[in-house]
Design a protein around this ligand. Structure first.
Ligand SMILES: Nc1ncnc2c1ncn2[C@@H]1O[C@H](COP(=O)(O)OP(=O)(O)OP(=O)(O)O)[C@@H](O)[C@H]1O
Length: 351
């Protein structure tokens, strides 16, 4: 299944892609770990030297990724591989343990506080569960207008401003005095979108933004995202565990496995010529109407714990093509075709 495209070059430092356009956001060698919090008994055991401190979870491991202005980058991987953590780092909600995030070519950490605040405001996040992310005690109008009021972004009458935000997200402004529980799931997600758009972002991080919705509502919200992209010239990081959803919305797709990006390519290329065995396995799981076979190939085994990731290539215990080298040496992301990168030793073997 692995195509025999020769490996051209190591690309760790050329993540801006092939268009030459400067990226809006760039992640440079980002790593992030979470310390696991020991319970009381474990803390006592550690303090009496009866046990060693618990290990940390390596959620992100040396990720470099760039998103160009106006593009939609789909980020795909199984639950627990680090997608949300990466999305939160991009949105400035989580500070990475290592590496840097650049906004319009400037390291966020090096920006003066006012510019950094401005840059953070330009990146907004849409969450999976619109109910959990909306304050149940506040009316929809207050939820949507809070951040723009705080940041002094409301020009003119507040009521008119809120009406505009509602219409932009496809909501009837007559509903603005209702509470979140009085809306349907799709409408609640639209409130989340109106809230994000109200601070005039340039970049949206959508974290499983349609996963909790019925299929017919999913399509409506995906269409809204695409419509907003055209009208407001938005750039997206679109996070999903579902390649089928990402296929329809993304220009480029990055595949993540246990904290690392294992493949990155234009969407058409990923779906036509997936290079990495993990991507190929994910694709085999996507239900397709044109499929002639009944049943789908499930990926062997489960995602290993990030507390003790497998050595070498993290995917090797589940990979049907694993070689001895895969158990000891982590493959680097390398160019395998124009705009297409993959981290798999099989490409070296093929070359
Ligand atoms: N606050 C936290 N404290 C400790 N561990 C965490 C924390 N947040 C995430 N993790 C761990 O980091 C790893 C990556 O989690 P993350 O939520 O980023 O993955 P994901 O791919 O988005 O999964 P899902 O789709 O289920 O949210 C997981 O092992 C998770 O348990």
């Amino acid at each position: 299944m692995i195509p025999s495209t020769p490996v051209a070059a190591d690309i760790q430092s050329s993540s801006a892609g092939s268009s030459g356009m400067a990226p809006l956001i760039e992640l440079n060698e980002i790593s992030h770990s979470f310390g696991t919090r020991p319970d009381l008994a474990a803390r006592l055991a550690i303090s009496f030297k009866l046990a060693k401190p618990t290990a940390s979870v390596q959620a992100i491991d040396g990720v470099s990724l760039a998103v160009r202005r106006g593009e939609v980058l789909g980020l795909v991987g199984e639950s627990g591989c680090g997608k949300s953590t990466l999305g939160r780092i991009v949105a400035g909600i989580v500070a990475p343990s290592k590496g840097s995030v650049s906004w319009r070519g400037k390291d966020l950490k090096a920006l003066p506080p006012l510019e950094r605040r401005e840059a953070k405001l330009r990146v907004q996040m849409i969450f999976q569960n619109p109910y959990a992310s909306l304050n149940p005690r506040r009316k929809a109008a207050d939820i949507v207008s809070e951040a723009p009021r705080v940041h002094g972004l409301v020009e003119g009458d507040l009521g008119t401003f809120v009406d505009q935000q509602f219409r932009r997200a496809g909501l009837d402004p007559a509903l603005k005095h209702r509470f979140p529980h009085q809306f349907s799931g799709g409408q609640r997600q639209r409130i989340g979108i109106a809230r994000a758009l109200a601070v005039q972002p340039e970049f949206l991080v959508c974290d499983e933004a349609v996963a909790a919705l019925d299929v017919s509502i999913q399509a409506q919200i995906l269409n809204l995202f695409m419509d907003l992209r055209e009208r407001l010239n938005l750039t997206y990081l679109f996070i999903s565990h579902d390649l089928g959803v990402v296929e329809h919305i993304s220009d480029r797709v990055a595949i993540m496995y246990l904290g690392r990006i294992v493949e990155e390519a234009p969407a058409e290329e990923i779906f036509a010529r997936a290079n990495h065995p993990y991507t190929q396995a994910l694709l085999a799981e996507v239900p397709r109407i044109e499929t002639t076979k009944r049943g789908f190939a499930a990926i062997k085994g489960e995602l290993p714990s990030p507390l003790s990731p497998p050595s070498g290539c993290h995917f090797h215990p589940r990979c049907p093509h694993a070689m001895p080298r895969c158990r000891t040496e982590a493959p680097r992301l390398k160019v395998v075709a124009a705009g297409h990168k993959s981290a798999c030793h099989l490409n070296d073997a093929a070359a």
